[in-house]
Design a protein around this ligand. Structure first.
Ligand SMILES: C=C(O[C@@H]1C=C(C(=O)O)C=C[C@H]1O)C(=O)O
Length: 415
């Protein structure tokens, strides 16, 4: 059973707005690839996605009066859309990049190394959950409303002696040009503990909107990158040919196309499906492009409608979400939610909040998940999640394979 999250009213921040409510950096986007909130900052009332349109309406209403003044709304939507989001209204997006003042040429090597990460659940517990999900899928095969995919995650707790330094961490995450590095200030716990931040380096675009153009680039189906170029290429080829991974990917693309179809006058996948890569992972990806019927629809509402896609939840969505709640021992909170920003015209970028951690002082809780479909192997899925921790672990100064050294991942394949 998932540990319940504290009541939202108890965690509501009584404190001042943070200096740096959110920032995003994507090295490949030359136009709006760096958006760093700049003040004054106002928190939006926190509530679930069902009231989001009403809560953001005054922000967009002011657009007509202010004639596009550069103000932004940005932050994080939680994995569970019924739970309160964390959004900030700010004056603009041209603030300072938090990673810029990390200093020093050797950014890849942090000054100190934290302790070994503690897996929650351990790899064996994760494999048991995958096996349980597969049992359900096998029992329901062919039935209406059968569970066809569920994305199961596990977490690593990393503790240090002193609070993690955000600038160095973000600078190291940004060394991979294939990802979007982000930081969102989360509401502070009522007990006055250190401020919480969601920090990560996501490879996955949930939704980009510019005028009437929308783009989504779902990823699903993954393999670990390897140092040896031949072995790395073999891994990539095996992924590209894997029927299980292509099926797992197809479910996500179909879902997003179905969700966008009613709001688009044109929609398609002009580039088809292809392998994409970060420094640590191969993924199967499909770029989806559309033209909106109503170009005024704000990116934040489109992103909230799309989320959670089967890249992070499963199918059918509500059944998968329930199973995630039952099988994952640590509540996701903002992991596998959506992070992004939106301007007064409704343009904006929203990303899937993966390859990330919640930082609170000297504690970092990392999350990684993998899509489970019929044909998945519990040990392989545990290894895949282990590999997905790699980029964040090295940015913390830990070996990237620290979550792969669990002995249970190296036994004979289990059935
Ligand atoms: C859930 C995560 O990643 C998602 C799951 C993937 C998969 O199952 O292959 C691939 C990319 C992401 O959509 C994660 O990194 O935590």
């Amino acid at each position: 059973m998932t540990l319940p999250l504290p009541d939202a009213t108890l965690t509501e921040a009584p404190s001042l707005p943070p200096d740096q409510p959110f920032s995003f950096r994507n090295a490949r986007d030359q136009v709006r690839g760096q958006v760093c909130a700049t003040g004054p900052v106002r928190p939006l009332d926190r509530a679930g996605a069902d009231t989001l349109a009403d809560r953001v309406a005054p922000f967009f209403g002011a657009a007509r009066d202010a004639d596009d003044d550069g103000a932004l709304i940005g932050g994080a939507l939680p994995f569970d859309k019924a739970r309160p989001d964390c959004l900030w209204q700010v004056a603009g997006g041209h603030g300072a990049w938090p990673g810029a003042n990390a200093g020093g040429p050797a950014r890849s090597v942090p000054e100190r190394r934290p302790t070994r990460p503690c897996p929650q659940p351990p790899a064996t517990g994760y494999m048991d959950s995958v096996a349980r999900a597969l049992e359900i899928m096998r029992a329901e095969r062919g039935l209406p409303d059968a569970l066809t995919k569920v994305v199961l995650a596990r977490s690593l707790l990393v503790e240090d002696r002193m609070a993690f330094a955000l600038p160095g961490l973000m600078a190291r995450l940004a060394e991979d040009p294939a990802v979007t590095v982000f930081q969102v200030a989360l509401p502070q716990d009522a007990d006055g503990s250190a401020p919480r931040q969601l920090v990560g380096a996501t490879p996955e675009l949930l939704l980009r909107k510019r005028g009437d153009s929308v783009v989504s680039h779902p990823l699903a189906g993954s393999a670990r990158r390897l140092d040896d170029p031949e072995a790395d290429a073999r891994n990539a080829n095996a992924l590209a040919r894997s029927e299980k991974d292509r099926r797992e990917h197809g479910l996500v693309v179909e879902y997003i196309l179905d969700m966008l179809a009613p709001v688009c006058k044109r929609l398609g996948t002009p580039e088809g499906t292809a392998l994409t890569t970060t420094r640590s992972m191969w993924h199967i990806g499909t770029r989806i492009e559309g033209r909106l019927k109503d170009p005024e629809t704000p990116a934040i509402l489109l992103a909230a409608a799309l989320h959670p896609t089967p890249a992070v939840c499963g199918l059918p969505c509500d059944r998968a979400a329930r199973l995630i709640r039952d099988l994952e021992p640590v509540a996701r909170d903002f992991y596998a939610g959506a992070v992004g920003w939106c301007d007064r015209r409704g343009d904006g970028d929203w990303y899937v909040a993966i390859r990330c951690a919640e930082l609170c002082g000297a504690r970092a809780r990392l999350f990684a998940g993998a899509g489970i479909v019929l044909g998945s192997d519990p040990r392989a899925e545990a290894s895949e999640t282990g590999a997905k921790f790699g980029a964040f672990l090295s940015a913390l100064g830990l070996p990237p394979d620290a979550a792969l050294s669990d002995p249970s991942l190296h036994n004979q394949p289990n059935g």
